[in-house]
Design a protein around this ligand. Structure first.
Ligand code: PMP
Length: 286
């Protein structure tokens, strides 16, 4: 089945969708994105993703082209048109097509480009890796200084992912000044006793929507949460480690730079957090 995608208000077969070669997203990575997961045909944490989208746009002074209701209707339309039960909706908004290449922003009134498409991932919440856990390797964090804005300039995370694969791992944890910032496309955590440690929000990391939900559930489950930086050595000596993202949910990490974390097996805290996250998110899905 050919996919139906959304481009600037139109629903088109993917082979007929067009974006200009002068689009600032293409030429300058001048755009932002969101990824919303779909479970049982419903959108997970949609409102949180819309709040972050508007913040990313506003930080870059890109006019928000659609209302929340229009974004929601388009997400639902794409899910229905593509028969998605489990999967993702990818949304990208760029500064649009000024008709030429120029470092200066285009004149006011240049329409942003809005593109959305679905990815079907049957059984997304039953990933076998959730039972065995990921291994990660550390790499230096060479990204720019505004990682809190969810831009489409993903080249360094992509290079880090390739380095992880080349080293036989599932993902990379990026390290700045000796402390972990985050994974290539996820937030990073360790567990020691009854305490969950994850880096505090700042310009250094993306403010994960899954992170916010998981920290809320952890506090409700009487766990302590410490928002502070941690080192690779501290992570290797932790009882458990994990990552969160909209598409991986809560995923255990059992090996860091070759060293087993705790028993080297998926632990009880991450197992419970994953269960709570999936259960609560499914309940609140729209
Ligand atoms: N950090 C980075 C660098 C990411 O790319 C992502 C995934 N978008 C996350 C964290 C996790 O964010 P979320 O839970 O909103 O998917």
């Amino acid at each position: 089945m050919t996919r139906t995608v959304y481009v600037n208000g139109d629903y088109l077969p993917e082979s007929e969708a067009r974006v200009s070669v002068f689009d600032r997203g293409f030429l300058m990575a001048d755009g932002v994105y969101e990824v919303v997961s779909v479970l049982g045909g419903k959108l997970i944490d949609f409102e949180g993703h819309m709040i972050r989208l508007k913040r990313s746009l506003s930080e870059l002074a890109i006019a928000n082209p659609l209302s929340d209701d229009e974004y929601l209707a388009a997400h639902r339309d794409l899910v229905a048109r593509n028969g998605i039960t489990d999967g993702l909706v990818y949304l990208q908004v760029t500064r649009g097509n000024p008709g030429d290449r120029d470092f200066a922003y285009p004149p006011e009134g240049t329409a942003p480009t809005v593109v959305m498409f679905t990815q079907s991932k049957p059984g997304l919440a039953d990933a076998p890796a959730a039972k065995t856990g990921w291994s990660v390797v550390s790499v230096e964090d060479l990204r720019w200084g505004r990682r809190d804005i969810k831009t489409v300039q993903l080249l360094y995370p992509s290079m880090a992912k390739m380095e992880a694969k080349a080293r036989g791992a599932d993902d990379a944890w990026m390290v700045q000044d000796g402390h972990v910032t985050e994974g290539t496309s996820n937030n990073a955590y360790i567990v020691k006793g009854n305490t969950i440690v994850t880096r505090q929000l700042s310009h250094d990391i993306l403010h994960g929507i899954t992170r916010a939900a998981v920290l809320r559930f952890a506090a409700e489950a009487q766990m302590q949460v410490e928002e502070r930086p941690f080192t690779i050595a501290e992570a290797q000596a932790a009882d458990e480690a994990f990552i969160t993202s909209a598409s991986a949910f809560v995923m255990p990490v059992v090996r860091i730079d070759g060293a087993a974390v705790g028993s080297g097996k998926v632990g009880p805290v991450v197992t419970r957090l994953r269960e709570i996250y999936l259960e609560e998110s499914r309940k609140a899905a729209i």
